[in-house]
Design a protein around this ligand. Structure first.
Ligand code: IVH
Length: 712
């Protein structure tokens, strides 16, 4: 497709009306073609600049000949093809992920965790824990909303809270029921997995290959790529299937057990895996895993493990969830798939915290259906322990979604001239006398007692700067559309952005961006608008975006919930950074799941002046920082309160009691002080109950506590 030059573009005055009409028709067709390549096929043929030039030419002609503007003109459709593509929808209940188990021991741990949580089970070791075991389908999870038995909306998982509206795409899946048989609840979210059968996947890839189209790496990618199509007719042409296996929001109870729920799903007309099995004991569950693992290759679709679900719904409700996974379910993965290939060379990359991470550049190899060309090597000690060297033949493996790993060397294939690996040697350039960061050439060091080598370049190291900014704009952080690796690196290289605050000042450089290679009017506007949409940000995302070591999504949420506002969090962190023995530090380390090590990293961040400055600068660019969405039960009188348990509880285990309180936004402390709001007094309570009385702290009986926290 030809590029329109600037000269051509403005030669509009010379056109006759006939020529103009013919050219508008040609442009409409060309632009529609490129829209399809870009939005529907994920395979653009022209740069944004070339695309914009076509659009401008179209506009210039229309400005000259307004009578030729047609309703379907490309100029009228700008903006109707949003860059993110799909409308966002909030799930009525969050879509959870699963805790993983890799061996039988992990599964036993899960069962004993459940037993220690539910008091009746702990007190009677003879009661077996019944679970439903289901194959873990390797596809993409979706949520289907039914109102009065009619399918009204379907969405991808997204970040678990908000997904993409793919209703029309889902309607093309033949086995998805549009209306349910028999009586159904007024509102019901059903969760399931969209997948593609292995044979259909291979046939589809073969057809794509013949037509010169890119092929998909595995059935899961093929299913995801096929469902997320703006042009629904493309989804309709793909062989997608569905299995349903879980419940989201529901307006009335539909079953007492998961097993009965699966049965109801079948009666309503949902496809449910015929492999699911009710297991009376742990041993039955493990036997199922073993059996289906053996039949795995014979199944028509990929499965990557077995999911166990506690059968009783009332127990599920009591077990609740931790972080983003339910305590009542577990994914028991199959062992990793392995392959042998050549380790071409050990390379070094620089992370956003300056850690120099070695990785293996491999001769590409197929491992269980995925082409692998690189694998992580963790650190120097690991490489030396396993003695990996350039040119070695190695065994690699991948387990589910986990990044491929190098397992071992095939010794008798080692080249005669191979040399032992050393980071210092690798990082020292030819003729140089000390190890350097491969990106900024600052001194690279390995501190006493640390496994990692680090670049000392800090703020001057572009790799660190770029990685930090990529993290800042990433999906779980500020989630800025169009702010991926490539653009961040290019803007950084040209000095347009150095710190997060600079991103919000890009508007001042709109002209510079527009003039860049590959950029134009539309792409610039889209980016600046995407940035503006993020001037309001929830506190947990803000915290996560800072890229503090060990502060991932879950920890950021804990912090946001605990401190409630940016000001309070910042003030407390500065306090804790000043006095690592004071109240603020103790309060921070008292948050359950935040230990001294995580707290230490947060404080280290606040001790750096440039970090404090960058944060102040950033916050000044934001319009509002919203607090995290409080837990739905936040109306509870326990929200934000501090509780202490004392004595023996009769109905709940301590685990369950603590989980219930925390689930409602309360904090559980171990000793009574004037700051305690409630003391829950069990049988044979001692000094803590007395202390509560002395301090005038309110007390609750176990029954009152159970009443206030009743599981839904
Ligand atoms: S239950 C709260 N059951 O595995 C429980 N998930 O690794 C939510 N998956 O996001 C999931 N087969 O996409 C469940 N039989 C099954 C499944 C299954 C596949 C997927 C699902 C989930 C992921 C977690």
């Amino acid at each position: 497709m030809g590029v329109v030059t600037t000269e051509e573009q403005w030669e509009v005055a010379a056109l006759t009306p006939e020529e103009a009409a013919a050219e508008l028709a040609r442009l409409a067709e060309t632009i529609a073609y490129h829209n399809k390549r870009y939005y529907a096929e994920d395979a653009p043929e022209v740069s944004d600049a070339e695309y914009d030039a076509l659009m401008r030419r179209n506009q210039a002609i229309e400005a000259q000949f307004p009578e030729l503007i047609r309703a379907e003109s490309p100029s009228r459709q700008v903006g109707t093809a949003p860059s993110s593509g799909f409308r966002k929808v909030k799930h009525l209940r969050p879509m959870l992920s699963l805790e993983n188990a890799f061996d039988d021991e992990d599964v036993r741990g899960f069962f004993s965790g459940v037993r220690n949580f539910i008091k009746e089970l702990r007190d009677d070791a003879t009661t077996a824990i019944e679970v439903v075991a289901e194959p873990k389908i390797d596809g993409l999870s979706i949520s289907l909303l039914y109102e009065d038995g009619r399918f009204v909306r379907g969405a991808t998982r997204g970040d678990g809270a908000v997904g993409e509206d793919v209703t029309e795409n889902l309607r093309t899946i033949a086995v998805l029921p549009q209306t349910l048989k028999g009586k159904a609840p007024a509102v019901m979210e059903v969760r399931g997995e969209v997948y593609m059968e292995k044979a259909e996947f291979l046939a589809m890839n073969e057809r794509r290959g013949e037509r010169g189209e890119p092929v998909f790496a595995n059935p899961r990618n093929a299913a995801a790529g096929s469902l997320r199509q703006l042009d629904v007719s493309i989804t309709a042409s793909r062989p997608l299937k569905l299995f349903c296996y879980a419940l989201g929001e529901v307006s009335e109870a539909v079953a007492e057990t998961h097993w009965d729920f699966l049965d109801r799903l079948r009666h309503w007309g949902f496809p449910v895996s015929p492999q699911s099995r009710l297991c009376a004991t742990l041993e039955d569950a493990l036997a199922f895993h073993h059996d289906i693992g053996g039949e795995r290759a014979l199944l028509p679709y990929d499965i990557d493990g077995v999911v166990y679900k506690i059968n009783r719904f009332d127990w599920q409700a009591r077990l609740g969830m931790v972080s983003r996974a339910p305590r009542w379910a577990l994914a028991h993965k199959f062992p990793a798939e392995q392959a042998t290939t050549v380790l071409n060379s050990i390379e070094i990359s620089v992370g956003r915290t300056g850690v120099l991470t070695p990785w293996a550049s491999l001769a590409p190899v197929n491992v269980g259906g995925v082409i692998v060309a690189r694998a992580t090597l963790h650190n120097e000690d690991e490489i030396r322990r396993k003695d990996f060297r350039d040119g070695d033949t190695v065994v690699i493996q991948r387990a589910g979604d986990v990044i491929p790993q190098v397992v071992s060397v095939v010794q008798d294939k080692r080249p005669a001239d191979s040399v032992e690996f050393s980071m210092a040697a690798k990082l020292t350039p030819p003729g140089g006398d000390h190890p350097e960061c491969p990106i900024c050439h600052s001194l690279a060091i390995r501190e006493e007692g640390q496994a990692a080598w680090r670049c000392t370049g800090g703020l001057v190291c572009p790799a660190q700067g770029v990685e930090r900014l990529i993290h800042f704009g990433s999906r779980l952080a500020f989630d800025i559309d169009g702010f991926g690796e490539k653009n961040v690196a290019a803007f950084y290289a040209d000095g347009l952005i150095r710190t997060p605050a600079d991103i919000f000042r890009l508007r001042d450089h709109a002209e510079d961006i527009r003039k860049r290679e590959g950029w134009g009017e539309i792409s610039t506007r889209n980016l600046l608008e995407a940035i503006d949409r993020r001037r309001t940000i929830p506190l947990d995302r803000l915290i996560y975006s800072l890229g503090i070591r060990q502060v991932g999504e879950a920890t950021a949420k804990l912090l946001a919930r605990h401190y409630g506002s940016f000001e309070r969090w910042q003030a407390a962190m500065l306090d804790a950074a000043r006095d690592q023995e004071g109240d603020a530090w103790r309060d921070l380390t008292n948050i359950s799941q935040i230990g001294e090590s995580v707290a230490g990293d947060i404080i280290a961040f606040f001790r750096e002046e440039h970090n404090r400055d960058a944060l102040t600068d950033l916050v000044a660019q934001l319009e509002t920082i919203e607090n995290v969405a409080a837990p739905t039960q936040s109306a509870s009188p326990l929200a934000g309160k501090t509780l202490v348990f004392t004595g023996t509880l009769e109905k709940l285990t301590r685990f369950e009691a603590k989980a219930r309180a925390e689930g409602l936004g309360a904090k559980v402390a171990s000793s009574v002080s004037a700051k305690t709001d409630y003391v829950v007094v069990g049988a044979d309570a001692g000094s803590k109950a007395e202390k509560a009385k002395a301090l005038g702290v309110a007390t609750l009986s176990e029954d009152e506590f159970v009443e206030m926290t009743g599981a839904s």
